[in-house]
Design a binder for this molecule. Structure first.
Ligand SMILES: *[C@@H]1O[C@H](CO)[C@@H](O)[C@H](O)[C@H]1NC(C)=O
Ligand SMILES: *[C@@H]1O[C@H](CO)[C@@H](O)[C@H](O)[C@H]1NC(C)=O
Length: 485
């Protein structure tokens, strides 16, 4: 700061000019401002005489343009820098007390820089420099699943934009241990900095956190992978459902900032923000399942052909083995061997699997009674068997307009949409069977710890026929269709 008074005035005998001597003072430290909030740029004169009759000008050192000009008892802002229009204010009562602090509302990232507060009386002038440092808290990080590689690595990406200055992004495991990013990217635009880091995760870890930090602000998103995303590692990786939890720890501001009003306002803002964040996260979740299904189609898809020799005598299996429907009456068949379903309207796939993983899709559209999943080679196919893991079946069922997972005790399922096409994923090595509705890309159910021990066969069925003469269950002759890509 400096002040200069025109010595000429002293010489020519203005006795009161000495009392007009003053010093212009600004803050010793940079002023921190949060984007979107208001900030005071302190500047006052010592001794604290009124500056109402003086000229007060605020300008930016790097631009030499006026930010705010007060002259002849009024604001004269015709030459004001465009971006400050309507956002600057000097308070009259404060001017009377020698306080020329500038109130700057709705701080923008571009407000960062050095300002000069210039106070000029008839005989003196002085100025002070105020350094303003702007901080913008970006949007919550969004984790997306980029896919899986051959070695079973899950590729995750975390992205967050709208920060200023550049924030730190870090990945953490459930123990809070920092994991190193595979790639990092930073971009700068008018909205601030956006950061994007990727990571490849190789072993099941409860939670992977993505944390973006900037001074006193931190936003964090986590992806919960516990028995969720990837039950199976080596062969292929599948997501069932992903719980993305967001933790917002924000607004732990330095004492200089934390006064009550702002804290209250912040809480309100945060509430609004959280709502927005939830919407955003829901969006990101929706993007995950299609990626998983695309992966399964590419890497685990098997060509399923139905084995007419295993089909219940009432069922008609198409020649190509891709469709089955209820013929509604029993056709004569020579072989009634023990491999054929005899009370339940079921049919198995020709090929069984006893290692790795496999995936197939079945169209169930317009059929109102069905079961589908996998069966153990030795599963019971006679009598009024109930399909359950105990009997060697891992299936989901539609019956009476309701849905079940046929666990040893059936689990009712609430599905949001009527399934049209169902994807069945089995990871033999990792003991895992999962069902998806692929039209709406929603998860239906997963058997997470079945014991297979033998070959597994794809299995579809159309319900029961308790009495061979009276079809009690299924009057609907719509076929179930094995879908080939
Ligand atoms: C100076 O005025 C501003 C408002 O423009 C006010 O916030 C600040 O507290 C005042 N400073 C002093 C030291 O009174
Ligand atoms: C992650 O999932 C596991 C198991 O489902 C659960 O115990 C844990 O609380 C979850 N963590 C979070 C943060 O939701």
């Amino acid at each position: 700061m400096k002040f200069i008074c025109l010595t000429l005035l002293f010489v020519s005998g203005f006795t009161d000019s000495r009392s007009e001597q003053y010093e212009v003072l600004g803050p010793a430290d940079p002023v921190f401002a949060v984007a979107g909030e208001d900030v005071i740029l302190p500047c006052f004169i010592k001794p604290s005489i009124s500056v109402v009759d003086m000229r007060v000008e605020w300008f930016r050192l790097d631009r030499k343009d006026s930010v705010h000009l007060y002259e002849d008892h009024d604001d004269r802002n015709t030459d004001q820098i465009q971006s400050y229009r309507g956002r600057t204010k000097l308070i009259l009562q404060e001017l009377q007390r020698g306080n020329a602090s500038l109130k700057l509302s709705t701080v923008q990232i571009s407000d960062e820089g050095s300002y000069r507060c210039f106070v000029q009386s008839e005989s003196c002038f002085g100025d002070a420099t105020v350094v303003v440092s702007v901080e913008a808290v970006g949007r919550p990080p969004v984790i997306t699943v980029d896919g899986f590689d051959r070695s079973g690595g899950l590729h995750l990406q975390c992205e967050s934009a709208g920060w200023y200055p550049e924030p730190d992004l870090e990945w953490l495991d459930s123990e809070g241990v920092s994991l190193s990013s595979e790639t990092t990217e930073t971009h700068r635009n008018t909205d601030g900095f956006s950061v994007k880091h990727t990571i490849i995760v190789y072993k099941s870890n409860n939670e992977i956190h993505c944390r973006v930090k900037l001074r006193h602000h931190m936003l964090e998103t986590l992806i919960n992978t516990t028995n969720n995303i990837f039950i199976s590692w080596r062969t292929s990786v599948i997501l069932i459902s992903v719980i993305v939890v967001l933790i917002v720890i924000s607004g732990i501001l330095t004492a200089g900032f934390a006064h009550k009003n702002r804290t209250h306002k912040q809480l309100q803002d945060e509430h609004r923000k959280t709502q927005h964040e939830r919407d955003q996260l829901l969006q990101s979740q929706k993007s995950i399942l299609p990626k998983a299904v695309a992966h399964l189609r590419r890497h685990a898809s098997v060509n399923v052909t139905l084995d007419a020799a295993s089909a219940h005598p009432c069922l008609i299996v198409s020649d190509d083995g891709k469709q089955v429907r209820d013929g509604n009456r029993e056709v004569d068949r020579v072989d009634r061997g023990k491999h054929r379903f005899n009370a339940y309207l079921g049919v198995l796939g020709k090929d069984g699997f006893s290692s790795r993983s496999f995936y197939f899709e079945v169209q169930v559209k317009d059929q109102t009674v069905w079961d589908l999943g996998v069966a153990r080679e030795s599963s019971n196919r006679s009598d009024k068997l109930g399909l359950s893991p105990m009997k060697g079946y891992w299936t989901v069922r539609r019956f009476n307009e309701r849905y079940w997972a046929l666990e040893n005790t059936s689990v009712p399922l609430s599905l949001r949409v009527e399934p049209q096409r169902i994807g069945v994923f089995v990871d033999y090595d990792e003991s895992f069977v999962s069902f998806y509705e692929v039209k709406s890309m929603s998860h239906i159910y997963s058997y997470t710890d079945p014991s297979f021990n033998e070959k597994l066969y794809p299995c579809v069925g159309l319900g029961y026929r308790w009495d061979y003469n009276i079809p009690v269950c299924n009057y609907n002759s719509t076929p179930l269709i094995i879908c080939d890509e």
